[in-house]
Ligand binder design. Sequence first.
Ligand code: URP
Ligand code: ZN
Ligand code: ZN
Ligand code: ZN
Length: 473
Amino acid sequence: MLLVRGGTVVTAETTGRADVLCGADGRIAAVGLDLEAPVGCAVLDAGGLLVMPGGIDPHTHMEMPFMGTVSSDDFYTGTAAGLAGGTTMVIDFVIPERGASILKAWKHWREKAQKAASDYGLHVAITHWDDTVHAEMGILTRDCGVNSFKHFMAYKGALMVDDGVLLRSISRALELGALCNVHAENGDAVAYLQADLLRKGVTGAKGHPLSRPPEVEGEAAQRVIAIAGLLGAPLYIVHVSTEEATRAITEARARGQRVYGEVLAQHLVIDDSVYDDPDPLRAAQYVMSPPFRPRHHQKALWAGLASGQLQTTATDHCCFCAPQKSAGQDDFTRIPNGTPGIEDRMSVLWHHGVRTGRLTMQEFVAVTSTNTAKIFNIHPRKGSVSVGADADLVLWDPDASRTISARTHHQNVDYNVFEGMEVTGVARHTISGGRHVWADGDLRAVRGEGRYVERPCFSPDMTAELRRAWVGV
Ligand code: URP
Ligand code: ZN
Ligand code: ZN
Ligand code: ZN
């Protein structure tokens, strides 16, 4: 047992002084003023600290086979780094090979994830369509704790699905009470622009953003919103990076459509000037999709989070080291796409969000944890500080500062996209399932201690009543 004493509890709803007692079962046993420490209970002094629900990163890719290689953070190193930054749960992606059984792929990912140090859930990607996929979506939702399916509108010839697959899959998910996630970029347009740029001799990383301009994301977002709207299905768009996609989501919500948008910490603070770096490796390190954007897009993303039109923050944590990034030194289309971020999301959001006045402390908790727990139907077990919830907490020092660097981070990757950034707002302690796993610089993450979190279907916004109200039947 562990008593967190003397802190200020901040949730998505309220702020107030309270002690938090973490029970031996890993759940919160009591929240209140001046709690007694039971015999044998450890006491952690939270004086001057904020006690918040641990962060949830709904978008990570640990040890993911992609573009001819495998992302370098595995489920242990990646989730351990998350704990060091105050993130106590991730939702990663099962990526079945095209034509393969999605159920077998889920089982394979469950095996890989046994080594996780923090709790985790799994979205399952749909990369093709046939009767087996239809049937196995039913099994995954009924027996495997999966309530979300992912679709890539980009990566033509690899993970991309067309509108026909989107229609079938979103319709099937709706029937099962599951939510569809979408990577919105027009993959045909990207492939066309890539070929055109290569033909013109543009081979460096600069070609990456040129082949994926904002319109490519805006069009795909509008298209998938229209498809979900036809079916009366809710929709979750991952890594929204442009004002165009933000506007598409905002307009759909104003029409009554249930569309959610996720923003990456990286897109909020890094702009497209990184592709001008004279060092080709450094430019390649920023190759991810969607790419970094001209600065004015950041304003739209922050406004989206503050206004509630965009609900969650993530990192799309997907690490590739220098030798992996170098595979694309003569052809930008071969640079493995992805950037690290899991360890720094919370600090970046606090420093650039709360300290600048863009977000309140409550909004910070909402966009780093609670909204994700609600959308993926694991609230109040996750994303809350309440009796019976999992004792996943971050003890936050709002005044402490640190300088982000690959030299000191715990992520298994040889660079950091936030290198040199000084941030104020630091995770001093992290508690995961009642265990004190990050203690003022001491990482005590344990391989395999993370549990798989089953996520039930039919979240409150997927009830039959709401669906009928929307579809009008
Ligand atoms: O560049 C990225 N984002 N890599 C990971 C795969 C994806 O698109 O999410
Ligand atoms: Zn993506
Ligand atoms: Zn613009
Ligand atoms: Zn991703």
